[in-house]
Design a protein around this ligand. Sequence first.
Ligand SMILES: Cc1cc2nc3c(=O)[nH]c(=O)nc-3n(C[C@H](O)[C@H](O)[C@H](O)COP(=O)(O)O)c2cc1C
Length: 200
Amino acid sequence: MARITALYGSPRREGNTSVLLRKTVEGARQEGALVEEFFLRDLRISPCLELYGCKETGRCVIDDDFHRVAEAIQESQGVILASPIFFYTVSAHTKIFMDRCQSLWVKRYWIDGVPFGSKDFVRRGLFIAAGATKGKKLFDGVLLTARYFFDALGADLWDSLLVRGVDAEGDVLQHPEHLKTAHEKGKEFARMLQGAAKKD
Ligand SMILES: Cc1cc2nc3c(=O)[nH]c(=O)nc-3n(C[C@H](O)[C@H](O)[C@H](O)COP(=O)(O)O)c2cc1C
């Protein structure tokens, strides 16, 4: 059975990215995946303090809720991250979590000795984002951020769901086509992970 960690990065519990992620999770569960959900806004997670205590073992030395999420990710084959676009990047809740994942980057590249640029990924990532505007470059910055965040987790960016033109809480509910895509992507993600597990 595929295990997936789902990260809600919006400060709004019923925000657009939360609605999309919930639909994705629903789809993945329908395909039999075991999904653990974390609302980053509800967790006590310090920003990275650049102590580099993680250099010894790959474990961050700050004692807070980060470890619960990191452990779930390490036991997962799939990670889904959903964040609103804030100033062309992820939300602060999401970015604080991402920066703490530098400890996982240290483990992967410095401790375990994975060569830089390696495509040897043990998990897959799915990224969901929503923004108010409709500009062509709206997701350019955040896609790089997401790609290198997943890389630190030992995951490649398998796919993304990017929604423009939604602003107020729940605006996305007026777009059944996006909800359908989110649901389908969740199903496809779980099927892909299950297929990959069978090959191993
Ligand atoms: C602090 C802040 C910064 C934002 N920056 C952008 C931005 O750079 N580009 C954009 O299109 N929308 C921006 N928005 C709008 C949100 O991306 C939009 O409302 C989105 O649907 C929120 O998703 P959520 O409901 O999942 O939180 C910003 C909103 C806030 C509160």
